[in-house]
Design a protein around this ligand. Sequence first.
Ligand code: COA
Length: 187
Amino acid sequence: MELPRLETERLIIRAPCEGDLQAMPGVFHDPDIYAYTRNIPYPYGPQEAVNALARYTRLAAGGDAFTFFPELKSDGALIGLVVLAMSKDRKSAELGYAIGRQWWGNGYATEASGAMLKHGFESLGLHVINAHAMLRNPASSNVLRKLEMHSAGVICDACEKDGEHFDAEGFTMSCEQWESAKRSAAE
Ligand SMILES: CC(C)(COP(=O)(O)OP(=O)(O)OC[C@H]1O[C@@H](n2cnc3c(N)ncnc32)[C@H](O)[C@@H]1OP(=O)(O)O)[C@@H](O)C(=O)NCCC(=O)NCCS
């Protein structure tokens, strides 16, 4: 499936492409990004970028996961990724995101993830979008709270990294909750 080009106030959110290969290591080569995400390797060099691009393209073609790259409108810089990993029945998805360290703390993860919720509910017709943030990653929980996703409580051992298991807070939003949040924002 071809990914649309989404737009927010400060970002263009679009399909990854070969033109990103050079910038990708500079954004994703980070032990903290590795520690808090499932599929981003560390170290992250040119070969990892090639592998990731092939993977994103394959998963999108199969309708299994849609990875988008947000870039800044101001200077065109690639700043990270946002992804919707689809469930088998394609009715729900898991939201994921990572932003390059130099751009942390500017609200970009929230802005790009908000565009993913909109795309998921309004274009893909999803019923539910879920997300998990490790308890040791409060910045990520904050992103999900700012998106008005609903906490589903702590899930023990929800995330595994290098053989270690970590507790995570689960978050969820239904399409009805999305519509209602949109109505409240418009009032
Ligand atoms: C988590 C991550 C995506 C946040 O990106 P970001 O663009 O900085 O996020 P935002 O600016 O939209 O929001 C982050 C919020 O967390 C807050 N925050 C940042 N560090 C924090 C910390 N250590 N403790 C508590 N809150 C923190 C920020 O202040 C901000 O909240 P505010 O707007 O109320 O001030 C980014 O740090 C990252 O890529 N980390 C590594 C990968 C990762 O964790 N991915 C998520 C996996 S679930």
